[in-house]
Each structure stands twice: as C-alpha cells, then as structure tokens.
Design a protein around this ligand. Structure first.
Ligand SMILES: NC(=O)c1ccc[n+]([C@@H]2O[C@H](COP(=O)([O-])OP(=O)(O)OC[C@H]3O[C@@H](n4cnc5c(N)ncnc54)[C@H](O)[C@@H]3O)[C@@H](O)[C@H]2O)c1
Length: 389
C-alpha cells in the first residue's frame, strides 16, 4: 500500500448529492487501497441549518457555513463538490476552479450550455481537474458494453436508443421545488435526465458512433401547477394543501437522433412516467449484434452476439471481475452494486485526474457536450425543425 497524502474536501449544497459525494470520499480507500489521496472533511456550505448540522454531526465535517464565499476563503480546501441546485453551479463552479481548487460538479453543470461552457473555461484556464456526475457510465456492465462496441462485436452500428424515464414528479401534489423553476433549474427533465442519456449513449457508442450530428425534438409539460415546497426536500417530496404555483419547465422530452457514423437513435426522457422508477436504459444495435442495459438491473448486460442475425436470441451476462471496476466492489459475478458505488468509481477517476494531471472519467468537457445537445433539443422544439449540432 502506498503512502497517501491528505486532500481537503469541501461540499457546496449538502442535500442528496452532497451527501453521496461525501460517502464516496469516505469509502474511497476501502475499495481502492492504493489510492494516493485520503480525504480530510473540511467544510460544507449550505443555507439550510439542518443540513449544516448533519454535515458536522453525522459526516464529521470540521465546519459548516452558510455561503460558498466563506468556504472558499479557507486555505485548507483542495477539492470542492458542487452539489447545490443548478442555478448555483455556474457561479460556484467558476469560483472554485478560478481559486485553483479541483472541481467535482453535479450534472447538468449549470442551467444551459452557456453556463457549462463558462465553468469549463474556468477549469481550463486554471488547469485544475474536474469530474462531472454522469454516474451511469461507471457501471461495470456499461464499461463492458463500451468495450464490445469498440471491438466491433456489434458490426456497423445501426441504432442507439436511450430511455431515461422516472416517476419522481408523477404525483400532481409533488412539491414545487427548485427543479420546476427555470430560474433555479434551467430546463426540467432535459437537464435532469436527458443530459445523463446523452452521456450514456456517447460513452457506450464511443468513437464508432461519431457523436450526435442532428436531432429533432418534442417536449411537453403535463402537470402545470404544483403545491409550493416548504423547507428542503428531495425529488420525491410532496407539497401540502397550501397555495400552488406554475411549473416552468418540461415534464417530458424526446428526440430522434442522427449520429456521425450514420446510425440513428432515439432519446426519451420523462419525470412523470407512471410505473417507471429509474428506467435508465440503453439499447445498441448493429449489423451483427445488439446489447441492452437497464440501471435497475445494473449488474446484467443483455447480449445478442455471434449468431445468425435472423432469429438471434438474447442471453443475460452478469458482470464479471474484469468488467469496469466491479472487482473493487465485489469478488465475483452476480453480487449487486448500488447507486452510491458508482459515485465511488467517479471519485476514483477524479483522484486519478488530480494525481496524473490527465483527465479520467467524465469531465466538464463531457458536460459541455451533453449541455449543447440539451440546448439543441430546446432549439429544435422551439423552432419545430431538425437542427444540426
Ligand atoms: N448524478 C445524479 O444521478 C444526480 C442525482 C440527483 C441530483 N443530481 C444533481 O445534483 C444537484 C443537487 O441535487 P440534489 O438532488 O442533491 O438536491 P437537494 O435538493 O437534495 O440538495 C440541494 C442542497 O443545496 C442546498 N442549497 C440551496 N441553495 C444553495 C446555495 N445557494 N448554496 C449552497 N447550497 C444551496 C439546499 O439547502 C440543499 O441542501 C442537482 O444539480 C441535480 O441535478 C445528480
């Protein structure tokens, strides 16, 4: 085991993701004993007093402050997780990077491609490392899927179809949190889930897919008013019987995609899809085979390879020790990993980036790619036409 040095960790926004990032740092050396950095939990910034208390008492942060400025004024912070609502991302992300701290930022990294690009510029100008929360690419089955595509096992790619369907806002009394207000969130399901979908498609498809070159999109808002939120609450919080306010962004969005390789694709996303809980899934088809993965069965990759293309049958392959980072979590096939594990993998990639000075895993540049495609979907819908990207 190599000697590790300490790195001062801070988090801005200590809700669901702020806590998941912290748990990832805490577990990093359990899964990767040779990791060259060990976290020192320095400070959390969150306007909510309860969250600050939780950071100190349950997670062992030395300090919990109200604003990011107080946090960045410290000289013992080396890396900052930006996990506040989307409107916080740009101002804080730029400030973190320009202060010379490494940046771990949640998707969508701002409310628009303009925000994301500004954060990326700060990262590049300062030469710091970055990681972005595109966690689904970290699943070992997804890593194996990417390898199969890159090795040409599916033949020439014909289609990539991604579904990012959730029911977290399906109840009409779901609280009107920051997620429904363009001022605080930017887009709705587009930034929240379609951004993940683009990253997943492009990661699995890799160079063979050649990026998205054109798309045509549609979107809709079905639940137009919701009860006002009270206090902090998750995606899933219910509002009360009090006043209701308008929903300002889309519940559902979908697109037809054209890729540089000539392959075609679809992307469907919804936050109001009754019956769908985290249906985050991808199917890739080529002239010689197909593969299919669904986050809800994270350790399974469905494959249709090496057969006569007529009447070919699917088989289910459980992830194996050589797939992605499975071996850091489980000793063999068939033992499940969970959502939080994907964040440990993400943290490991960030540490690799910091230690080597070279990008590893999803970075702010991947967030720019996804944000530009989300912007393209908005433009296509607004203008009612195909747009090139
Ligand atoms: N990668 C993923 O799969 C994933 C999943 C969920 C959320 N996210 C992203 O993570 C981010 C946070 O989402 P969440 O679900 O953790 O939200 P959340 O509502 O659970 O937590 C947000 C926290 O930020 C705090 N906050 C509000 N204003 C702030 C400010 N000005 N400065 C600092 N903190 C502030 C809130 O008090 C709250 O504690 C979002 O951008 C979201 O898109 C990513």
């Amino acid at each position: 085991m190599t000697a590790a040095r300490e790195i001062g960790v801070a988090v801005v926004g200590f809700g669901w993701m702020g806590q998941v990032h912290t748990r990832a740092w805490a577990r990093l050396a359990h899964h990767y004993p040779d990791v060259p950095l060990r976290p020192r939990f320095v400070a959390v910034a969150d306007p909510d007093a309860g969250r600050r208390e939780q950071a100190r008492v349950a997670y062992g942060y030395g300090a919990a402050v109200e604003t990011c400025a107080e946090l960045l004024a410290r000289d013992d912070v080396d890396v900052v997780s930006v996990c506040g609502p989307n409107f916080v991302h740009r101002e804080v992300g730029e400030a973190v990077a320009r202060s010379g701290r490494h940046l771990w930022i949640e998707k969508p990294a701002g409310r628009s491609a303009e925000d994301t690009s500004a954060i990326a510029a700060a990262v590049h100008d300062s030469g710091v490392s970055s990681a972005v929360g595109f966690n689904y690419r970290n699943a070992p089955a997804v890593a194996h899927a990417r390898e199969l595509v890159a090795a040409g096992r599916l033949g020439d790619l014909e289609s990539v179809d991604v579904r990012m369907l959730a029911d977290y806002s399906a109840h009409p009394d779901g609280a009107l949190s920051w997620r429904f207000d363009p001022e605080f969130a930017g887009t709705g399901v587009l930034g929240d889930l379609a951004s993940h979908g683009f990253d997943l498609a492009l990661h699995v498809g890799g160079e063979a897919l050649g990026g998205v070159t054109a798309l045509v999109a549609d979107q809709a808002t079905f639940i137009r008013e919701r009860p006002l939120a009270t206090g902090t609450g998750s995606h899933y919080a219910r509002g009360g019987d009090g006043p209701r306010g308008p929903v300002g962004n889309e519940d559902t969005a979908s697109a037809l995609l054209r890729f540089g390789s000539g392959a075609r694709g679809t992307l469907a996303s919804s936050r109001v899809a009754v019956g769908e809980q985290c249906t985050y899934a991808i199917e890739v088809r080529g002239t010689e085979g197909a593969l299919s993965w669904d986050f809800r069965r994270m350790g399974e990759l469905r494959l249709c390879l090496g057969q006569d293309p007529l009447d070919a049958a699917w088989e289910t392959r459980f992830v194996q020790a050589g797939d992605g980072d499975l071996a850091a979590f489980q000793p063999g096939s068939g033992m499940a990993m969970g959502f939080d594990d994907l964040k440990v993998v993400e943290c490991r990639a960030l540490v690799e980036s910091i230690s080597t000075g070279q990008p590893h895993g999803a970075t702010i540049d991947d967030a720019v790619v996804a944000a530009e495609l989300v912007d393209a979907m908005v433009r296509s819908y607004d203008e009612g036409r195909w747009v090139t990207t």
